[in-house]
Design a protein around this ligand. Structure first.
Ligand SMILES: Nc1nc2c(ncn2[C@@H]2O[C@H](COP(=O)(O)OP(=O)(O)OP(=O)(O)O)[C@@H](O)[C@H]2O)c(=O)[nH]1
Ligand SMILES: [Mg+2]
Length: 379
């Protein structure tokens, strides 16, 4: 039986160390945030997470307060124990338990409940699902404040409670609503290589071949001949009319030629969100086309910060919905939580592979939440 202490820059890294060394069933006995006392520690990485864990102990885990209390008289836990000396281990364990009780009593404001066991497990699960520590902590604290005790002691029920909280904050657009004889023009915009053209092909094939609507395509991606040819290949296979537009002036005429369609899907060239001129040019095309909907396409492989910034920059062209692609390539989807909570854009579709037309699904609030929290997998 071993009790060990691990330190890392983030909770995620510390738990990964525990798992690697002690196996997946290791019990986390204690966590705390510590300050490194090193020269220049104020410059970066001054904070460390310390996790005390054991592969063979079964005691209630506790999530420490965000920062250690200065008045806390707790010495650091012993780094390891000789496995053969049972008494020594027992004494260390007793010491550790006493330390945890002490911590709970000293660091808890009057009247605040003890942290239920289920919530600690949930917190580590959320970190595993790639949620940032900040968001995981916020969700767990909210669940603690809002959910009944009976729910919080069970990790499954506690997670379901957090799923409900998250569901209420995520906005869903539903599929593009297409009706015969009422032309709807939908443009896809976004950074380069995120999957705009592939997603257009998936949507076009589904609306044409499965729902039997009249679908036309417009591409304004004239920077690269290969890009036009990529869309034309799909147009030929699915047997769809396609217009190529090189200037905003040509747009009206192209739209007029497709006037008897139920749905016009417009493909655009990938734009760097930092290129203001290209963003303005894109806006000019969309204004001429009088697009009914502008779906921003973002890759779920990108970092949460990049996604939020990109969504902000593309808002200038009048985005109305969000499509998340490449869910199959993302390791954990928890990093998407901030953009989905903060973005004004409702989510329309998710794509999860390169296959046309199958690897696309209409965004569903319940499924999305389960994906974000790692309760369900993409495929
Ligand atoms: N794994 C995976 N790959 C995808 C998905 N969607 C698209 N791709 C791939 O991503 C690559 C780029 O896709 P495109 O559709 O050309 O991307 P784009 O946004 O049109 O790119 P640009 O026009 O160059 O801006 C291709 O290899 C696609 O097969 C997806 O959901 N999952
Ligand atoms: Mg493209």
């Amino acid at each position: 039986m071993e009790i060990k202490t691990y330190r890392a820059a983030t909770m995620h890294d510390a738990l990964a160390l525990v798992r690697r060394e002690l196996g997946p069933d290791a019990a986390v006995l204690h966590t705390r945030e510590i300050r490194r006392r090193r020269l220049f520690s104020w410059l970066s990485g001054a904070r460390e997470i310390e996790v005390t864990a054991s592969a063979g102990v079964n005691v209630p885990s506790r999530l420490s307060r965000r920062a250690p209390q200065p008045s806390r008289p707790a010495p650091p836990p012993p780094p390891s124990a000789t496995p053969s000396v049972a008494e020594e281990v027992q004494s260390q364990l007793s010491h550790l338990q006493a330390m945890m009780q002490d911590l709970c009593q000293h660091s808890r404001p009057a009247g605040q409940r003890d942290l239920p066991e289920g919530l600690f497990k949930l917190f580590t699960d959320l970190i595993e699902a790639d949620l940032s520590e900040e968001v995981a902590r916020e969700l767990v604290e909210r669940a603690r404040a809002e959910a009944p005790d009976s729910e919080l002691t069970d990790p499954v029920l506690a997670k379901a409670g957090i799923a409900r909280m998250l569901e209420a904050e995520i906005s869903i657009a539903g599929p593009i609503s297409v009706a015969s004889g009422r032309r709807r023009l939908v443009a896809l915009v976004g950074p380069t290589g995120v999957g705009k053209t592939t997603t257009i092909a998936k949507l076009a094939a589904n609306y044409r071949l499965r729902e039997k609507h009249k679908v036309g395509l417009i591409t304004v991606d004239t920077y690269r001949i290969a890009a036009v040819e990529q869309l034309r290949t799909y147009a030929d296979i699915i047997d769809l009319p396609m217009e190529v537009v090189s200037t905003p002036r040509e747009m009206r005429e192209a739209v007029r030629r497709l006037d008897d369609m139920d749905l016009i899907l417009m493909d655009t060239a990938g734009r760097s969100p930092r290129d203001d001129i290209k963003i303005r040019e894109l806006k000019a095309f969309l204004t001429e086309a009088e697009a009914d909907e502008v779906h921003l396409v973002l890759s779920s492989v990108a970092s949460g910060k990049t996604l939020r910034q990109t969504a902000q920059r593309f808002a200038a062209v009048g985005t109305t919905a969000l499509i998340l692609t490449k869910l199959d390539e993302a390791t954990g989807l928890g990093d998407l939580v901030p953009v989905l909570r903060s973005s004004e854009l409702p989510l329309s579709y998710l794509t999860n592979g390169q296959n046309v037309p199958d690897d696309i699904e209409v965004a569903d609030r319940g499924r999305l939440t389960r994906l974000l929290l790692g309760i369900e997998s993409v495929t």
